[in-house]
Write a protein that binds this ligand. Structure first.
Ligand code: PMP
Ligand code: GLN
Length: 386
């Protein structure tokens, strides 16, 4: 029935896989290792700051670009971690999560018919937002085991209609972290073809094994042609608060703001105050959180290996991607739909993040942003699959 009403440009987008799989987890009382959200809240001091902000009366519309204290804290974060300078008044914009920032950037920057290059597997909102902008996606496939892209593929994806490259690192769903060498390839092509880069860095603090996240905006020629996007959800374990942001040149920020103001206008007044507190946490908070998550990654990755999956070890994010083919899977979507009844665990099929379905046919994503005891129980259940 939906198809009768849904505009042509949104046909085929249906329900997001995260909603489908979380509903399945609830319906089957399974352990939900599908949708990436932590089962423990972030720092109490940050939660208390939100409560204090509500009590202090920060409950009406905040300023369109975000409260000044948060824009200043975001600018300070970019300076502190990456040596990037942004003017909080003209080069920082607070958004309703990274999701709105991505939508606003694509809607603001693309003409109908423009092409946007993205890596696949891609986060599902990218394709939908490119479609809403009337633009077309061109994908470059990341391939296991290391999930790097072939520079020739990226070069070949660029045409005279290319407007932007939309990049996600650390990368969901593979957990790959783009190396400096790969980012240099992207930067050179952006400069050569006068392209805008839109970077989704929501997992910027979740890298493991000493791997460093390098923002594309730090590379030569990129500072003023990159729309850097991040959000507080993953870094501080408050995914439901939906406080995100954009850092970019004044011209790009103004363009994105133009679209953003007609999407949500503003959001999350008290949470904006709380994220000022969060961004001001000592460096140890960020390092300890990543170290803790990497130990949970190891636990889950080892359990998945023992259960018979081929595991592609992630260097970042909340997620580990595995190949379910050794367990007899020929279709990851069917495998994920059956997994709850087979063993009481929910995962996400990577195939929905690919245009080239064959490239992701039997790949499946599990999240490890859950308590150890939950992961241990899940691993025990998965062990019964073999
Ligand atoms: N980008 C990626 C790659 C993600 O995994 C997510 C998941 N939440 C988002 C964007 C959305 O971030 P937010 O919740 O801040 O909108
Ligand atoms: N980013 C999370 C994931 O990839 C969830 C996002 C969502 O539900 N839209 O699982």
């Amino acid at each position: 029935m939906t198809e009768r009403y849904l505009a042509a440009r949104l046909r085929g987008f249906g329900t997001t896989i995260f909603a489908e799989m979380s509903a399945l987890a609830l319906a089957t009382d399974s352990i939900n290792l599908g949708q990436g959200f932590p089962d423990v809240d972030g720092p109490a001091v940050v939660a208390e700051a939100a409560i204090a902000a509500i009590r202090a009366g920060h409950n009406q519309y905040p300023p369109g670009p975000g409260i000044p204290a948060l824009r200043a804290a975001i600018a300070q974060h970019q300076r502190h971690w990456y040596g990037l300078e942004f003017d909080p008044d003209t080069e920082v914009l607070v958004t309703a999560g990274a999701t709105e920032a991505i939508a606003a950037a694509l809607l603001a920057l693309c003409e109908p018919g423009d092409e946007v290059v993205m890596l696949e597997p891609y986060y599902d909102s990218y394709a939908a937002c490119v479609a809403m902008a009337g633009a077309t996606r061109k994908v470059v496939t990341l391939r296991p085991p290391d999930y790097a892209f072939d520079p020739d593929d990226l070069r070949a994806a660029i045409t005279p209609r290319t407007r932007a490259i939309l990049l996600n690192s650390p990368h969901n769903p593979t957990g790959a972290v783009l190396s400096r060498a790969q980012l240099e390839v992207v930067a050179r092509l952006c400069v050569e073809h006068d392209l805008i880069a839109i970077t989704d860095e929501v997992y910027e603090h979740l890298t493991y094994d000493g791997v460093e996240h390098v923002p594309l905006a730090t590379l030569p020629g990129m500072r003023d042609r990159t729309v850097t996007i991040s959000s507080a959800g993953k870094t501080f374990s408050f995914t439901g608060w939906k406080i995100g942001w954009v850092c970019a040149s004044p011209e790009l920020t103004a363009a994105v703001r133009t679209a953003k103001q007609f999407l949500t206008y503003v959001n999350g007044a008290p949470f904006q105050h709380a994220i000022v507190t969060a961004l001001g946490l000592p460096d140890d908070y960020f390092r300890d959180f990543a170290a803790d998550l990497s130990a949970r990654r190891d636990l889950l990755a080892e359990g998945l290996r023992a259960a018979g999956f081929t595991v592609f070890p992630p260097r970042g994010t909340y997620f580990v991607t595995v190949d379910a083919a050794p367990l007899g899977a020929t279709d990851g979507l069917a495998f994920c739909r059956e997994l709850p009844t087979r063993c009481g665990v929910v995962a996400v099929p990577n195939v929905v993040f690919y245009d080239d379905a064959d490239a992701g046919r039997t790949l499946v994503r599990f999240t490890f942003c859950k308590r150890r005891e939950v992961l241990e129980e899940a691993v025990g259940r998965l062990a019964t699959l073999a």
